[in-house]
Ligand binder design. Structure first.
Ligand code: FAD
Length: 365
């Protein structure tokens, strides 16, 4: 029996693969399916700025795994292809050209666009706002509805016999010596397991886990702004230096910026009067004039599940058996690959080379 703690995009992916392999799996989540970071994410599937090499390759493996997963399902309503249109505002366009050339040389699908091609792909973009910056198109990128994805994979896992227990917190990890034997839940119950898999994302260092089983975390918060439905034809991720934009269904657009300078915490209640909100809307309206005068319909804070050194923590923990952690940023891109690789490691006792650089043991020396 395997217990997966956390029904976000990572836990759902691992549970799906374990159940598909014919094993008994129980997924436990303190809240609703996908209600953690997976419900507040830009959710862009890509591998653009993912240094070093091993991390780039891991994200590329994630992109490949997304395509394989889609082929396995009759319908994949979570997936939104269409690629990315990107430009950088650097004063040194040569640097951006070099970055794209490097991606191309590694086999990453990328091509240059002139202004007419940009307008053909995204007629709403004011190409005047791009100026002389070189523009690249990455056709294999996409974005995902992480909650739709998690729901679909857990529904498939359930068909293979998995039990899904939402709204039930894990309050303790049970151990006998160095062997993890199961969990205690908020209703006072206990569940036995051969392996407990910690997929709690940004909560991976919570006190319910003994210190030796916590992953040191450095979460950061990001502000996401959602427009009301807008009569716009935007179909893909637009990644400009001032603002990142993608559709979010029913005509809404999601607008954010990675390096937005806001002292946010998970508990911050976003305020539409913040100057940064006006700045985001203004920057978005320069790229997409159709957004002129459009207010924010909703603001959401997302908290990134980032292990202390920024890189994924995936694997068993030193001096402990029956326990496995799978905690990472970029989890939307990585999820289907992590699901398959973790199930392979747990069920077949193999060590996947793609994960070698990302073992949680590095935090415990
Ligand atoms: C602003 C922002 C932008 C992002 N942009 C991108 C992007 O463009 N591309 C990309 O690939 N990634 C992106 N990410 C990262 C990505 O969203 C996350 O890596 C991913 O959603 C993490 O999923 P998860 O399943 O690990 O965590 P979560 O979705 O947080 O799931 C963890 C679950 O564990 C449960 N849990 C916690 N403690 C317990 C307990 N004791 N008992 C039971 N259940 C428990 C929680 O309720 C939660 O549902 C972004 C994140 C943010 C915040």
């Amino acid at each position: 029996m395997y217990i997966v703690i956390g029904a976000g995009i990572i836990g759902a992916s691992i549970a799906y693969e374990l159940a598909r392999a014919g094993t008994a799996v129980t997924v436990i989540d303190a809240g609703r399916i996908g209600g953690g970071t997976s419900s507040a994410s830009f959710a862009w599937v890509n591998s653009h700025n993912k240094a070093p090499r091993a991390y780039h390759e891991l994200n590329v493996a994630g992109m490949r795994a997304h395509a394989e997963l889609r082929n396995r399902f009759e319908q994949s309503p979570w997936w939104h292809g269409g690629g990315t249109i990107e430009w950088e505002g650097s004063t040194d366009p040569g640097r951006y050209r070099q970055k794209v050339a490097l991606l191309q040389s590694s086999g990453y699908a990328a091509q240059w666009l002139d202004a007419a091609q940009v307008r053909e792909l995204e007629p709403d973009i004011d190409t005047g706002a791009i100026g002389d910056a070189p523009v690249a198109f990455f056709p294999d990128d996409g974005w995902v509805d992480p909650v739709v994805y998690s729901q679909a994979l857990l529904a498939a896992a359930r068909q293979h016999g998995a039990r899904i227990l939402p709204h039930l917190g894990v309050t303790a990890i049970r151990r006998q010596g160095t062997q993890v034997t199961g969990v205690t839940t908020a209703d006072g119950g206990t569940l036995d397991a051969d392996v407990v898999i910690n997929c709690t994302g940004r909560w991976a260092d919570q006190a319910a886990f003994p210190p030796a089983l916590q992953i040191p975390m450095a979460p950061s918060a990001g502000l996401m702004l959602f427009t009301p439905p807008v009569a716009s034809s935007v179909q893909r991720v637009i990644f400009s230096p001032q603002v990142h934009i993608r559709p979010d269904g029913a005509g809404r657009l999601l607008i954010c910026r990675n390096d937005l300078d806001l002292a946010l915490t998970a508990d911050t209640i976003p305020d539409p009067r913040w100057p940064q909100v006006a700045a985001l809307l203004q920057a978005a309206a320069i790229v997409l004039p159709v957004l002129r005068g459009v207010p924010a319909e909703a603001l959401r804070i997302g908290v990134r599940a980032i292990p202390a050194d920024q890189f994924p923590a995936i694997g068993a923990l030193p001096d402990t058996s029956g326990y496995y952690a799978a905690v990472t940023h970029s989890g939307v891109t990585l999820a289907p690959f992590i699901g398959a690789a973790v199930a392979d490691e747990i069920l077949n006792g193999v060590s996947r080379p793609e994960l070698t650089d990302f073992r949680p043991g590095r935090f415990f020396h």
